[in-house]
Design a protein around this ligand. Structure first.
Ligand SMILES: [Mg+2]
Length: 232
């Protein structure tokens, strides 16, 4: 008998892990899938300040202070504007997230696309940003096709992370089980909610230490592949 011919085909450990992988990835967008700090956040902050100046008749300093104040108090400038000034969220988000050349402003990891492609499992984006912007960033990064869906602030009915409401809507809408999801985020408070709901948590950060509700801490997404055993 030809022993070689009779031997079962062995899968490599990695291929086997991919075939049995049942978890779903939920990625935050800004400062997780790309670095928004150098170009995009300053642009959005300027646009929000200008919006407040024009909508509320404020000078630049007062508008900037109010923007930061609402952001600190409510976690998003928009929520303060809706609560105290009846601002139309669609109008605000549209006018504060306009870019003439977004592709030149996104800063990404060099191997972002192949990093994501090599991760087994379905992938979603969950962002507190508006959907038109989230889609434009994914397009600029060249990774749109790697995600099943984009869940943006409109989908949370303007109850952004860390409110559990959006997480639960995302899970329900896509027939997911929170206990089988992995949330990948740069913002700790959002991971705390994810953990409370039973998700695994990945913190993208250069900090040395992580709180107990973080399962895995990485400084680059390229580290995710070798951390899979801790997230299975
Ligand atoms: Mg973020």
């Amino acid at each position: 008998m030809n022993r070689l011919a009779a031997a079962p085909v062995r899968r490599s450990g990695r291929a086997h892990a991919d075939a049995t992988w049942t978890r779903t990835w939920i990625f935050d967008l800004d400062n997780t899938l790309h670095d928004a700090t150098p170009n995009i956040f300053p642009h959005i902050n300027r646009a929000m300040t200008e919006y407040l100046q024009s909508a509320l008749g404020l000078d630049a300093d007062s508008a900037s202070e109010l923007r930061r104040n609402y952001w600190k108090r409510y976690g998003a400038t928009l929520l303060g504007l809706m609560r105290h000034h009846g601002t139309d969220p669609y109008h605000f988000l549209w006018h504060t997230h306009q870019f003439t050349n977004l592709a030149s402003m996104v800063v990404r990891e060099p191997l972002l696309r192949s990093t994501l492609r090599r991760l087994p499992g379905r992938k979603f984006v969950f962002s507190n940003a508006p959907v038109h912007y989230a889609r434009a960033v994914l397009k600029a990064l060249g990774i749109t096709d790697l995600f099943d869906a984009v869940f943006a602030i409109e989908s949370t009915r303007y109850r952004p992370k860390p409110d559990a409401h959006g997480f639960l809507r995302l899970v329900r809408t896509n027939n997911l089980r929170a206990q089988r999801c992995i949330m990948v985020e740069d913002t700790l408070v959002n991971l705390r909610t994810a953990k409370k709901l039973g998700m695994k948590t990945v913190w993208v950060s250069r900090e040395k230490r992580a709180p107990c509700y973080v399962d895995v801490k990485i400084s680059n997404l390229s580290e995710l592949r070798r951390r899979l055993p801790q997230l299975a």
